[in-house]
Design a protein around this ligand. Structure first.
Ligand code: HDE
Length: 728
């Protein structure tokens, strides 16, 4: 994106970190305040009035320009994915893919393709919270040498519906209920589950949505998926099917549901801040781009349809080949200009990539341009800097709202001779886009292929592939969400759907709701059938999946060997052992973690040796849910203060409840003994126990640091969640 970066106007101080600003000492740049027409403003404090105490004059063009601009500062927010955060970066290829695709950026090993990524939640509005239980958008704009390629995906590999015509229904059902706009920043209750319970095709997606994937620890720690099956086309014109994946190098990690709800109050910008801070500190988020490639000849080899967006291709059947790496290395300069005005479109593709007939993908193809027309005010949104291709645009499209390009010459049509015939069409050999010549021999029908009717086997595969804690979380999430539904009939119908996925799951959720699992689910459960359709013809088929489990579906098997950018809280008070603080801090920071010192009040505490230890947060401004792990250093007075400090004890209780790693100097054990989990502490603090239970206590500083680092890398100790539950 370097070429496209908008020049920073000189009157803006170039982004300085807030800690670096010295408000009383900063030098003015000396730039004069002007109107948008460049007229210098002499008084920006008072409007023009008929007398000091008189009415404001209509003639005040400075006031009117300023207020009018302000009045128009908002544009319609995205109907879905309204709340988002963006970042710039680059994509680099590992190996040329010429066997499968002729796309230049997937072949040129010297290319560093600039990218802009926007992550988002789906249901909430722009000002809502990051930690809602929701799907996350994962939209990537590649600025390639052959034009823009947008990979507009999600952090879940499947979708709720099979045909785009159901999208407005889905979104109406999931957004806040229309009479009272409740609930905000969460999927609606009665309306959403009413819809889902009548649409068995959503069963698989609902499992993902109720799983921990819907409450990520960080945007940097989630996978991304193109969802649909696309096509790769090589130089010879041969096609293969392809599914796109993003694999985060930090692994896939989530928070606990109770924690997510707390974060929403303590820091609704949790994910946005996390992304921003990681990039600012140089801990650049990275993902590998993966592809699953299926030869055209194998289209019908699977027990599901490749065109059905409610299905994955299990990685055990077709491995994910990692073909390159994306690194996000620059925050936007301006949220509105870049992140808000970014216009993604699943139809922005380059030669070498093409669509399939997935009916969900097909419907998306016109929706995205349409949405930008209303949102960004007209047909010239491609001229907004963030949306501009890095290759020059030559065509005969002209005029329209906010046109930036000044086209010269008389001819704006093709063919022409007055303009020397320019611009000319490109042959395929010159890089011209030619659609894949798929053979079509069909009746024009409104219908769903029967090969789309197996709604439950992959939902079951997902459930069976989860670890026990993940299964528990799914049960809890269904119990919570359906517990918020007031209409008992809807709850009951959902139990029917769950019983078709897994009897155990259904009975656990039914128990929490005080309902019974029906012997046979209500028929017909599928209301997604045409008026003249025969319900019996639309019954879901039951395919026994050839695969019992897929390891790739469980987050248990993710990367757990690094603590880069993890946030660790140190709880201290006056009298703390500064050496312990420094040693532990040095050990953690050298592994890439971020340490915050938290004390009863801000500024600094005085250590037992009279040294000042700077404090980052007080118990009032910080909360355990904003950290990955906690450490309590020794120091007699500090320990005595913390032991009696309700906030410190609460901090630890919460960290324990949310299964985080906790470490304490042996001298500080009495602070742990003041908590609710005092009687649930392990009997010993051997290495084995520490790595199983996540609580480390030692008088040996080096050993403590080494084991604490290992424990933090494990992310969470979910196994202690059920048996060692504590209130917090
Ligand atoms: Fe979207 N979707 N979508 N979607 N979608 C939009 O476009 C739509 C679908 C996704 O950060 C809108 O610019 C239809 C699947 C992302 O700016 C809109 C259908 C997937 C983003 C739209 C789908 C997505 C959007 C709203 C069913 C995962 C945010 C604002 C056929 C593969 C992009 C906008 C950003 C945004 C339509 C289904 C991903 C209205 C009609 C499936 C990540 O055009």
């Amino acid at each position: 994106m370097a070429k496209q970066k908008i020049k920073q106007s000189k009157d803006q101080p170039v982004n300085k970190k807030i800690e670096e600003l010295e408000p009383d000492k900063e030098q003015s740049t000396g730039q004069f305040l002007t109107t948008n027409q460049g007229v210098k403003v002499n008084d920006d404090q008072n409007s023009l009035k008929g007398g000091e105490r008189g009415a404001t004059l209509l003639e005040d063009f400075i006031l009117r320009e300023k207020i009018t601009h302000f009045d128009h500062e908002r544009i319609p927010e995205r109907i879905v994915h309204a709340r988002g955060s963006g970042a710039h970066g680059v994509f680099k290829l590992y190996e040329p893919l010429n066997k499968y695709t002729k796309a230049h950026f997937l072949n040129d090993m010297t290319a560093e393709t600039p990218v802009f990524v926007r992550f988002s939640t789906v249901a909430g509005s722009r000002g809502s919270t990051d930690l809602a239980r929701d799907v996350r958008g994962f939209a990537v704009k590649f600025y390639t040498q052959e034009g823009i390629f947008d990979l507009v995906g999600n952090n879940m590999p499947v979708f709720f519906i099979q045909d785009a015509i159901k999208f407005p229904d889905l979104v109406h059902a999931v957004k806040p209920e229309p009479d009272n706009e409740i609930p905000q920043a969460a999927s609606a209750h009665d309306t959403f589950w009413d819809f889902i319970s009548l649409m068995p095709e959503s069963a698989h997606m609902i499992m993902w949505l109720m799983s921990d994937r819907a409450i990520p620890r960080s945007y940097r720690m989630m996978e991304g998926f193109g969802v649909h099956t696309f096509r790769f086309i090589n130089e010879k014109g041969e096609a293969s099917f392809v599914k796109f994946h993003w694999k985060p190098l930090l692994g896939v990690h989530s928070v606990a549901w109770d924690e997510a709800q707390n974060i929403s109050g303590k820091d609704p910008d949790f994910h946005r801040r996390d992304l921003w801070e990681a990039i600012e500190s140089g801990a650049f988020p990275e993902w590998e781009l993966g592809v699953q490639i299926v030869p055209e000849a194998d289209e019908f080899k699977f027990d599901f349809d490749l065109l059905d967006a409610t299905k994955i291709i299990p990685e055990e059947l077709v491995p994910v080949k990692r073909i390159g790496k994306m690194t996000l290395n620059r925050n936007p300069d301006n949220f509105f200009a870049e992140t808000e005005q970014a216009a993604f479109h699943v139809g922005h593709i380059v030669p070498g990539i093409d669509f399939t007939n997935d009916p969900l993908l097909q419907g998306r193809l016109f929706s995205y341009t349409d949405t930008q027309l209303i949102r960004l005010g007209g047909p010239n949104f491609h001229e907004i800097p963030i949306n501009r291709s890095i290759v020059p645009i030559h065509n005969n499209q002209r005029d329209g709202y906010m046109r930036q390009q000044i086209n010269k010459g008389k001819s704006s049509y093709n063919p022409n001779s007055l303009g020397n015939g320019d611009p000319i069409q490109a042959k395929a050999s010159e890089g011209g886009f030619a659609s894949y010549q798929e053979r079509i021999d069909a009746k024009k029908v409104r219908a769903r292929s029967k090969s789309f009717f197996d709604h439950f086997s992959q939902a079951r595969l997902f459930f069976n592939s989860q670890s026990d804690p993940e299964k528990n979380h799914l049960i809890d999430a269904f119990s919570f969400e359906l517990g918020k539904v007031k209409t008992v009939a809807v709850r009951q119908r959902m139990i029917g759907i769950l019983s078709l996925i897994d009897k155990g799951l259904a009975s656990e959720v039914a128990y929490a709701l005080g309902l019974k699992v029906p012997q046979k689910p209500e028929q017909p459960i599928n209301h997604s059938i045409p008026a003249d359709g025969n319900a019996a013809d639309y019954q879901p088929t039951q395919v026994e999946s050839s695969l019992a489990r897929s390891e790739a579906l469980s987050m248990k098997n993710t990367v757990k060997d690094r603590i880069i950018s993890r946030k660790i809280a140190f709880l201290v008070a006056d009298g703390v052992n500064a050496q312990s603080v420094n040693n532990m801090k040095t050990a953690l920071v050298s592994e890439g973690a971020v340490v915050h010192i938290i004390a009863p009040r801000l500024n600094a505490v005085v250590s037992m040796d009279g040294e000042e230890v700077p404090v980052d947060e007080s118990f009032l401004t910080a909360a355990s849910v904003l950290y990955d792990a906690v450490y309590v250093p020794g120091g007699t007075n500090s320990v005595a203060t913390l032991e009696a400090e309700a906030n410190a004890v609460h901090f630890l209780n919460e960290a324990f409840k949310h299964c985080k790693a906790i470490a304490a100097d042996e001298q500080a054990i009495q602070v742990l003994e003041a908590t609710y989990f005092a009687n649930k502490l392990p009997a010993d603090f051997s290495e084995e126990t520490i790595l199983a239970e996540g609580v480390a206590v030692s008088s040996d500083q080096k050993k403590l640091a080494r084991l604490f680092i290992k424990a933090i890398a494990l992310h969470r100790f979910w196994e202690r969640e059920k048996p060692r539950q504590v209130p917090a």
